[in-house]
Ligand binder design. Structure first.
Ligand SMILES: C[S@@+](CC[C@H](N)C(=O)[O-])C[C@H]1O[C@@H](n2cnc3c(N)ncnc32)[C@H](O)[C@@H]1O
Length: 241
């Protein structure tokens, strides 16, 4: 008896929002894969469409068999682990049927993405796993702002804004650019720090890049007191000598 080939599990980076930033490879795999899996926040499951799914749909891809996977927006390690195990089980079930599964993720799958947590769980089941890179949110932000992240021998670091102002300050001593992901709730603290260090004028605030309500602001001092959502970041640049 011949054994059925197990499907391949793909992580597909769909870029930050504009469907034009989907790569040709991402589009090909998404069209060919038997299953298109997309993450959705379990808290907003009935209200909001998955952002990653809306990007590929805007590019004309519905997916042969869409598979919604729910993940809670929480730091509760147990709840996250359970959700990842459930998602991996649903994926492995389809891989065992010989179907390729393409899991879409905002930006790039190798940067703060749910996909990387699924990789070991799916590999454990014996499946082949591949990643298709996507345009990261911070490179898209730097492009919109025309703000180079590094020139010559300069150095860049990417950290979550939750690291806190002391750490951000230290990193800015060591690196020329500091990309602060997940900046939403920390915007005011970042602005205060940037003003104190004299780097607020060069700093870039970028929110919902590639979405209809995209906002990119250079010079963050004037944003003090503003509310910023989850899909926002700040790029700090060391003052040039
Ligand atoms: C879980 S991380 C995902 C990063 C993503 N994998 C990437 O490659 O950009 C979520 C954070 O990425 C940033 N982000 C993702 N999409 C964004 C967008 N369209 N505009 C601005 N920031 C975005 C925000 O800082 C957000 O808090």
């Amino acid at each position: 008896m011949t054994q059925r080939r197990m499907g391949i599990f793909y992580g597909i980076g769909v870029g930050p929002g504009d469907p034009e930033l989907l790569t040709l490879r991402a589009l090909r795999v998404l069209k060919e894969a038997a299953v298109l899996a997309y993450p959705k926040s379990s808290e907003t499951a009935s209200e909001n469409e998955s952002k990653a799914y809306s990007i590929v749909r805007a590019a004309g891809v519905e997916g042969n068999e869409p598979l919604e996977l729910l993940f809670p927006m929480t730091k509760d390690a147990h709840a996250l682990e359970e959700a990842r195990k459930d998602a991996a089980a649903a994926i492995v079930e389809r891989l065992e049927q010989g179907k390729d599964v393409a899991f879409i993720t905002l930006g790039d799958p190798m940067l703060y993405s749910t996909f990387s947590y699924l990789v070991p769980l799916v590999k454990e089941a014996g499946a082949e796993v591949r990643s298709v890179p996507g345009v990261t949110s911070f490179s898209a932000a730097a492009s919109v702002a025309l703000a180079p992240l590094a020139e010559s021998d300069e150095r860049v670091i990417i950290i979550p804004a939750s690291a806190g102002v002391e750490e951000i300050k230290e990193r800015l001593l060591e690196f020329d650019s500091v990309v602060l992901m997940k900046a939403g709730r920390h915007l005011d603290d970042i602005i205060d720090l940037a003003l104190t260090l004299g780097v607020a004028d060069e700093a870039v605030f970028a929110s919902r890049i590639g979405w209809k309500d995209e906002e990119v602001v250079r010079g963050i001092g004037r944003l003090k007191g503003r509310k910023a959502g989850y899909f926002s970041m700040v790029i700090l640049r060391k003052a040039r000598a």
